[in-house]
Structure formats: C-alpha cells, structure tokens
Design a protein around this ligand. Structure first.
Ligand code: ATP
Ligand code: MG
Length: 188
C-alpha cells in the first residue's frame, strides 16, 4: 500500500487490514512515498517523519511492514518503480497486490507506465467515503474492488485539525498523535 502517509491514519490501517483478511495476504507492506509527484505544489512533511509515523502506526501488527524503497530511491515516486524494487527484493515467486483507495483509482490511468504497472501487481481498489469506486474505465481483470468499513478520515483533514489546535485522537493511532506533538508537525 503506497501513500504519502502525512500522517498515516485509521482509514489506511482499516483498508489494509480488511484487504489482508479478504485476500489472505501474508503481509501488507506500507510504502511511504519519496516526493509524491501528484503533490508537487503542496508542502509535504519530511520523508523521515512520514516513515517514522508509519512505523509507529504499524509496529504492533506482525503482518504489517514498512518499506523504505521509495524514500531511498529519491526523486518523485512512481508506483511502477516501487513494484519493480519490491519484486527485486522479494523475488519472482512472490505475488504482489497494490491497495489503493477509490480516489487514487479514478486517476490511475495517468500513472507512469501503467501497462507495466498492471503486469507487476494485481490492483485492489477500496471504498472511500466521498468517492465512487469503479473499474469501468480500467482494463478487464487488472483490478478487484473491495468494500471496507467507511472511515471518513483524510490526512489533509488531520493536518488542518492540528493546525487549528483541534484533536486528532482516535483518527490516527495514539503513538502518531504523540509523535506529531513531539515534532510539532502541521503547526502554522
Ligand atoms: P491526503 O489528504 O494528504 O491526500 P490521504 O488521506 O488521501 O492524504 P494518502 O497518503 O494520500 O492519504 O493515501 C494513501 C492511500 O490510501 C491512497 O490509495 C488513498 O486512496 C487511500 N486512503 C486514504 N484514506 C483512506 C480512507 N479513509 N479510506 C480508504 N482509503 C483511503
Ligand atoms: Mg490522498
């Protein structure tokens, strides 16, 4: 599951847990982006802060891992490169799935080397409040659609709440609330 994770929140974690259960996945690897190319005009927290929040949020789940491939590669992150690197690391026998929310799935055909991307992994689109989940625009058999419990949470809203001095308790894991405060993230 790729994402900016700025910060990681319970919408991400519920989606990952639900898909892992439904598809019998051995592991879910959370991959924080290097520079998110779709957010080039927006300020994004440092890769290390986003990586550490992702580690904190997933630490207690033995099936959840965090990968640094996109952060360590540097430059803008393209999912086709993520999948190539994960295949190189895990070997050809491992089958990869890429979990993505309905909002990202809408735009997926604009992603770099989309045909190659679909060869490298099976894509799983999950429901997200406010977006319509559809595979009508996508080639047959490339994507599965999964309904997950509706979590109307976004990182954008979490950042806005912190900047206004409002709580993010229970929207993000406790350790992430504490890390945001410790590092003074998202304050104006
Ligand atoms: P931002 O508001 O900064 O874009 P975000 O909440 O959309 O943050 P991302 O890191 O952009 O989080 O998302 C990573 C992946 O998780 C994307 O595929 C996105 O669609 C999915 N996702 C994010 N929030 C949810 C949610 N509440 N329910 C389901 N999927 C989600
Ligand atoms: Mg997003």
């Amino acid at each position: 599951m790729g994402g900016t994770f700025d910060p990681i929140h319970h919408g991400h974690l519920v989606a990952a847990s639900e898909v892992a259960d439904r598809f019998g996945l051995d592991e879910v690897i959370f991959v924080p982006t290097g520079q998110p190319w779709q957010k080039a005009d927006e300020p994004v927290s440092s890769a290390e802060d986003r990586y550490l929040m992702t580690v904190i949020a997933t630490a207690s789940n033995p099936r959840f891992q965090v990968s640094r491939v996109d952060i360590d590669r540097g430059g803008p992150t393209y999912t086709v490169d993520t999948l190539r690197d994960l295949h190189a690391e895990y070997g050809p026998k491992v089958q990869l799935f890429f979990i993505t929310g309905a909002d990202a799935l809408e735009r997926i055909l604009s992603w770099k080397e989309v045909d190659r991307m679909f060869e490298l992994a099976h894509f799983i689109g999950v429901t997200r409040p406010g977006f319509e989940l559809s595979d009508k625009h996508l080639p047959a058999d490339t994507v599965s659609l999964v309904q997950v419990p509706a979590m109307a949470i976004s990182s954008t809203d979490c950042r806005a709440r912190v900047s206004r001095g409002e709580p993010v308790w229970y929207l993000v894991p406790d350790g992430v609330v504490q890390y945001i405060a410790k590092r003074r993230l998202y304050q104006r």
